[in-house]
Design a protein around this ligand. Structure first.
Ligand SMILES: *Cc1c(COP(=O)(O)O)cnc(C)c1O
Length: 398
């Protein structure tokens, strides 16, 4: 190979209003630029212990096994399944979008059997169907579902689903990748057994870390496994030795030191704001964005009671090339919004209001630029009303 001249990669400053990553808080980026120290340095270990406490707050749990997995949300998902599902286990998996399908994949790759409970894309998981499936499959050991379905913007009733599972002696695996920090997640109160999230959605850290927490019943099941966990890297029996308290820490892998500075800072920011305030902020800005989008004539695909404030999925108007709209938003306005996935590809836009992206400036910017682009493309929308409608809502106290 010939030596060529390469230059540094300097990304543009975008406004990220897709399904994640969200805009990273400047304090998080600053934290990540601090000097790298050893991952067994006592000061780093202190920071790891604080990160656990901050995650316990974010998850509303006292679970000792509360850690960030050193890999993205998908690895948090895999950590839950690979540790809790043994060959031959039957798992009831709810699917109402893309991510439930990935849970099924995980169950099957662990040698388990997935019993699917399906709901339409854009609907919440139906607890009645889940209850019927549990009754039909009394040997099922685990119930798995997605709390906040990022592919559609629907929120399911995690509390009710967890209670159903408990009542039937089953464990729960919950996907909270998009919910954590944006809507209430109460691990202890709801009796969740295993739950995973991601750093890049409502926590507004960079992508690549997956907070997880496991309760006592889940740990018991892991300790009582007949077979070793098939993944060495994600085997919690080993990971626990690394993330254990203080000095007993044994080397497992080199923690991603600087990304963990970033997650720590993101969680400090969340604790400063307070969970309740963060949830209220997401709701407030969602209502403002919604007022603007509806004033333009765009329609939400999820019914009002099941809508996630942090992920707004609206139908693409008749005759509009949805990809061309996103391209113009990105090229001309540095604004990223999300496309539809799977069954909704080409049919919807997904507009994220996650974490640091969830603020008045972004609501107004998105409405103004979307209206500009749709107007220029002669799309059938109402012009001139969106900003006023959003402004009306933003002006009210959160
Ligand atoms: C983003 C997301 C994931 C996957 O997270 P990655 O960090 O992309 O691996 C899983 N589940 C849901 C609901 C998500 O939104």
């Amino acid at each position: 190979m010939e030596r060529k001249t390469f230059t540094s990669f300097v990304p543009p400053v975008r406004t990220l209003m897709g399904p994640g990553p969200s805009d990273v808080h400047p304090r998080v980026l600053a934290a990540m630029a601090r000097p790298t120290i050893g991952h067994l340095d006592p000061l780093f270990v202190q920071m790891m212990d604080q990160t656990k406490q901050l995650l316990q707050y974010a998850f509303q749990t006292t679970n000792a096994l509360t850690i960030p997995v050193s890999a993205p949300g998908s690895a948090g998902m895999e950590t839950c399944f690979v540790n809790l599902v043994e060959p031959g286990d039957k798992v009831i998996v709810c699917q109402n979008g893309v991510f439930g399908g990935r849970m099924k994949e995980n169950v099957e790759r662990c040698g388990g059997t997935a019993v699917m409970v399906e709901d339409a894309w854009g609907s919440a998981v139906d607890p009645d169907k889940v209850e019927a499936a549990i009754k039909k499959n009394p040997d099922a050991k685990i119930l798995a579902f997605v709390h906040a379905e990022t592919s559609t913007g629907a929120q399911s009733d995690a509390q009710t689903l967890c209670r159903l599972a408990r009542d039937h002696g089953m464990l729960t695996i919950v996907d909270a990748v998009t919910s954590l920090g944006g809507v209430p997640v109460r691990v202890d109160e709801w009796g969740v057994d295993a739950i995973y999230s991601g750093s890049q959605k409502c926590l507004s850290c960079t992508p690549g870390l997956s907070p997880v927490t496991f309760g006592e019943r889940a740990i018991e099941k892991i300790k009582g496994r007949k077979q070793r966990v098939a993944s060495w890297f994600l085997d919690l029996n080993l990971v626990m030795g690394y993330w254990g308290e203080g000095a007993k820490r044994v080397y497992h892998h080199t923690a991603p030191v600087n990304p963990l500075y970033g997650l720590h800072e993101a969680l400090v920011i969340l604790a400063e704001e307070g969970l309740e305030s963060a949830w209220a902020r997401h709701r407030h800005h969602h209502l403002a964005l919604r007022a603007g989008l509806e004033a333009m004539g765009l329609k939400f695909i999820v019914k009002e009671s099941d809508r996630l404030p942090q992920l707004n999925a609206v139908s693409v108007p008749e005759g509009v090339d949805e990809a061309a709209v996103r391209k113009r938003l990105l090229d001309e306005f540095n604004l990223e919004i999300g496309a539809g996935l799977g069954a909704l590809a080409g049919k919807v836009w997904r507009i994220g209001l996650m974490g640091y992206s969830c603020k008045p400036a972004n609501v107004f910017y998105c409405l103004a630029t979307l209206e500009t682009v749709l107007g220029a493309m002669k799309a059938p929308i109402a012009r001139g009303a969106a900003i006023a409608a959003a402004s009306e809502v933003i002006g009210r106290a959160a």
